[in-house]
Write a protein that binds this ligand. Sequence first.
Ligand code: MN
Ligand code: MN
Length: 393
Amino acid sequence: MSSTPQDDRPAASMPDTRGADIIGPRNPAREAQDPFTLRPPSTDKGTIPNLKWSFADSHMRLEEGGWARQTTVRELPIAKEMAAVNMRLRTNVAREMHWHKEAEWSYVIKGKARLTAVDQEGRTFIADVAEGDLWFFPGGIPHSIQGLQSDLDGVEFLLVFDDGAFSEDSTFLITDWLAHTPRDILAKNFRVAEAELAHLPSKERYIFPAAAPASFAEDTMAGAGPVPQSFVHRLMAQEANRMPGGSVRIADERVFPASTMSAALVELEPGGLRELHWHPTGDEWQYYIEGEGRMTVFGAESKARTFDYRAGDVGYVPYAMGHYIENTGQEPLRFLEVFRSSRYADVSLNQWMKLTPPELVRSHLNIGQSVLDGLSKDKHPVLPPGPQPSGGV
Ligand code: MN
Ligand code: MN
């Protein structure tokens, strides 16, 4: 557990007379992952709802050559604005041609995949994606995903949907629709004899081993031309906003105009801090990609609760609630912040204080001018470990 000299949080550094030992049943493995749940800082108070879920606790839907697991309002009830699916497809394995009511925002975790889509104007989309790429399909737009040959045998990715009640098990699948349409209607629709449709699947395929895809050029379909805005954004090709303590990459309508959702990929060095802030546009859905971190969420009315997260966990921050994230591990911490809004927005506590008349701020907080002198009018979303030199910089 990290502990710095100025750290006065009781769980980390000093004997604490609050509480008592646990003499009943224990789950030590679980407790070790949640030290600040077992022994919350004294600043925590009240009834903030649960803001953590681990994909390790999600049901695994196992299919031939792949799997899917989800985090929705059924797993994390506070997460009403967004839901997510973590999916793996081995080489050539397809996530069946489908669509859904919700918009789909995605981050490629590892490996490679081929995407296809067709929009309402008959315009086509195809892209091969790899680690760090984003994609976005608007609600109702049909698409497919297929694992490609790679040293990781296909692909694993994260899907975030703009409705917490989303279910991966209730998407519109091409096989399912055809299995539930009278055969004579299908024959009329496709203008063939019914016998030619004798081998249609009788139920959905969902995830299944498909034929190997053709070359990218061969799979690029002629039609009414390509979709006007790419459904893919190469996030790692985007210059990161680097600063002491880590970096941030923001992907929103300014760089990824096809997407009605936005996101930030944040990297924190050990001890680094995603500064105290909140979001004026809506809830924040988080996915921890690498490392270990800690977040305290402030919910007004003196309510605050601290959670520990690690790779594979989901975090959630309800609209407007103040929060920070600290890298509490020995390795870099990387996580995604995802929003339903098309434009990324946050409000910085430091910037707010710096841009408010100083006498007013000082009389609120009983702080010296040196505290304000150490703040910047520019936003610093990530801060390095350790205090400023005395008197600020
Ligand atoms: Mn989909
Ligand atoms: Mn945030």
